[in-house]
Design a protein around this ligand. Structure first.
Ligand SMILES: Cc1ncc(C[n+]2csc(CCOP(=O)(O)OP(=O)(O)O)c2C)c(N)n1
Ligand SMILES: [Mg+2]
Length: 619
């Protein structure tokens, strides 16, 4: 692919050229470094697709035709999550635009940088109920970070530059650009606009946190006896994983992440307590219930994390670090609020600790870590093994062991939560719809991620119900030979709905069984030209995953699993995080524990402990 921007506009050395709005749009995207667009054409966006055709045929960028606009938005979103770059999707007016809405809302809830370009009816027809007219600007107002209707072609270059700036700075988010058909065709004097020229006096995200607040935060960390880091997706957007690690290690603070924060901190690290919240680990939820200092980093105290808000970290002072002032104090009033870029603030915090020359053991609380270690041993996450059926957790544990460094996307339901519990991957390698919980997200997001990081393994963990919401994208995978591996955890149910109906609705399984009408997924894949495989027995699981990973092309595996497995632990809605359902006891799973003697006091500790549970000495 031609990467040079000059070629597309070699005739533009500072003097305006007469160009159409559509040309300006495509040229501006190329100038911003866009290489890939996901979309679907239609009448109102045809002028733009015509320019796209030219740009594509010159090799400046590549367009991926999806089979449903929702998938274009999810693919752009997966592209953005995998890389941090702005994802781009296109759709036409009317139904094309409304089909994008779920994808826009998904990106908005998870703060994903994205630009959505929609065609619109001609300016003279706007407001007349013209064919395929919808007010997509109005429809998406609560779902975007910002939006534009381009009134004149001469505004296009400025708007595109602004859209990139807004989507990718501060708290990232989706930006909509609605382009009336005749604006695409209208000529204007075009001079390219780059990011440095963007002037938005009303939009200046605070990057640098207040130094006094940073000092105050440091004092709280020094004094805390039971500190806990609570890290969310904001730390991923800010690429702050190195800073999170340094802070955790410097003060020996255990780290819990939200669903969106998965990957920011290595879950194999002794300080990791993994995910907290509704289906988080018991040790993360106990830790948050007992901590005396909660350091919230790029997290928003979402209800799926807090459970009963009044009882969430109720003994704790709170330091809340976030780029978005609207999040600070929204659900929980912090003791020390710090508005700023998470990466910048954590760096300053560490720098300040060095400047103050704090002794190395300041803030290190061994008995707290030992206590967490005990919870870790007593209440582990469990992978069940049954003689006659494969458990869903086994599938995820198996693929995680075979492809530990892959980029994983998920759909929504039990499989998503098990994937969150058992995959332990790195930053940006966990791609899942957190805030909106959008079924149908997984495969198109994987498609976008694979286009973004073609040399990496990209695996979608989906459910039998979720997969059926966007299965048409098998055609896009097939057309472009996008090497995505999809694993259906097939329990024949909308498993998460079944679990709630069993637990909270008297086992009345209203419309949640998927068995009747279930397609043969292997044949379905083959019908699209995608390799399909089915697994029904333990003996086939490992080797089928080996085959899948070895195959050079898209693959779909349908794994039939235990039908009635429930996802635990579970914090029931409205309950405190310390009250979890389905807590496994170590004895129940018969895990053998070999012990290690403390050199200081002789106490016998489980080998999984990092500190002595009696005296806190490092083991
Ligand atoms: C678009 C959409 N519709 C409905 C829901 C509500 N919902 C959440 S999980 C779920 C069931 C998912 O079933 P499946 O994909 O098979 O996953 P499982 O829970 O069985 O692992 C449903 C219906 C949703 N999250 N998204
Ligand atoms: Mg299911």
């Amino acid at each position: 692919m031609v990467s040079s921007i000059e070629k597309i506009a070699s005739t533009l050395p500072g003097t305006p050229q007469r160009r159409t709005g559509a040309f300006v749009l495509i040229d501006s995207l190329v100038r911003q470094g866009v290489k890939h667009i996901f979309g679907y054409p239609g009448g109102a966006i045809l002028p733009i697709y015509d320019e796209l055709y030219r740009a594509e045929s010159k090799g400046y960028l590549q367009h991926f035709l999806v089979r449903h606009e929702q998938a274009a938005a999810h693919a752009a979103d997966g592209y953005a999550r995998a890389t941090g770059k702005v994802g781009i999707c296109f759709g036409t007016s009317g139904p094309g635009a409304t089909n994008l809405v779920t994808g826009i809302a998904t990106a908005h809830m998870d703060s994903i940088p994205m630009i959505i370009v929609t065609g619109q009816v001609g300016r003279a027809s706007i407001g007349s109920d013209a064919f395929q007219e919808t007010d997509i600007f109005g429809i998406t107002l609560p779902l975007v970070k910002h939006s534009y209707v381009v009134r004149h072609a001469k505004d296009m270059a400025r708007i595109v530059a602004e859209a990139f700036h807004i989507a990718s700075t501060g708290r990232p988010g989706p930006v909509l650009i609605d382009v009336p058909k005749d604006v695409g065709l209208e000529e204007c004097d075009y001079i390219p606009v780059d990011l440095g020229q963007v002037r938005l006096p009303g939009y200046r995200p605070t990057v640098k946190g207040n130094p006094r607040q940073i000092n105050a935060a440091l004092r709280l960390i020094e004094q805390a006896q039971r500190p806990l880091l609570y890290v969310g997706g904001g730390a991923i957007s800010a690429n702050a994983h190195a800073q999170v690690k340094e802070l955790a290690e410097r003060f020996q603070i255990p780290v819990a992440t939200t669903l969106m924060g998965i990957g920011v901190f290595d879950e194999h690290h002794p300080l990791s307590v993994a995910m907290l919240g509704m289906h988080g680990t018991a040790y993360a939820n106990f830790a948050v219930s007992e901590c005396d200092l909660l350091v919230a980093v790029g997290a928003r105290f979402d209800d799926r994390v807090t459970g009963k808000l009044e009882e969430f970290a109720s003994h704790a002072k709170v330091i809340h670090i976030d780029i978005d002032p609207a999040e600070v104090g929204k659900n929980r009033a912090p003791t020390v609020p710090i508005v700023g870029d998470v990466c910048w603030v954590l760096e300053q915090l560490l720098k300040r600790a060095k400047e103050l020359g704090l002794p190395a053991d300041v803030g290190i609380t061994r008995s707290w870590l030992a206590r967490i270690d005990r919870w870790r041993v007593e209440y582990p996450l469990v992978v069940p093994h049954y003689d006659h059926s494969i458990s869903p957790q086994e599938v995820i544990a198996e693929v995680a062991s075979q492809a530990p460094n892959a980029y994983y996307t998920t759909d929504v339901g039990q499989h998503q939560m098990w994937a969150a519990q058992f995959l332990k991957n790195g930053p940006r390698r966990w791609i899942s719809s957190g805030g909106l919980g959008t079924m149908g997200y997984g495969m198109p997001a994987a498609m976008g991620a694979k286009v973004a990081v073609p040399d990496e393994e990209v695996i979608c963990i989906t459910g039998d119900a979720s997969f059926q919401m966007n299965l048409q994208e098998l055609a896009s995978l097939s057309q472009y030979r996008i090497n995505v591996k999809t694993i259906i955890i097939n329990n024949g149910w909308q498993g998460m709905v079944r679990q709630w109906q069993q637990t909270f609705f008297g086992e009345r399984y209203s419309s949640s069984n998927m068995q009747v009408g279930m397609p043969n997924f292997e044949l379905l894949a083959q019908a699209f030209g995608v390799k399909g495989m089915t697994v029904r027995e333990h003996s086939q699981l490992s080797k089928t995953i080996i085959q899948m990973l070895a195959y050079d092309g898209p693959v779909l595996i349908d794994v039939h699993v235990t039908k009635n497995e429930n996802c635990y632990p579970m914090v029931a809605p409205g309950k405190s995080n310390a009250q979890m359902l389905g807590l496994p006891k170590r004895k129940a799973i018969g895990e053998p524990i070999t012990s290690i003697c403390c050199t200081n006091c002789g106490e016998k500790n489980p080998t999984t402990n990092h500190f002595c549970s009696a005296c806190g000495t490092k083991l």
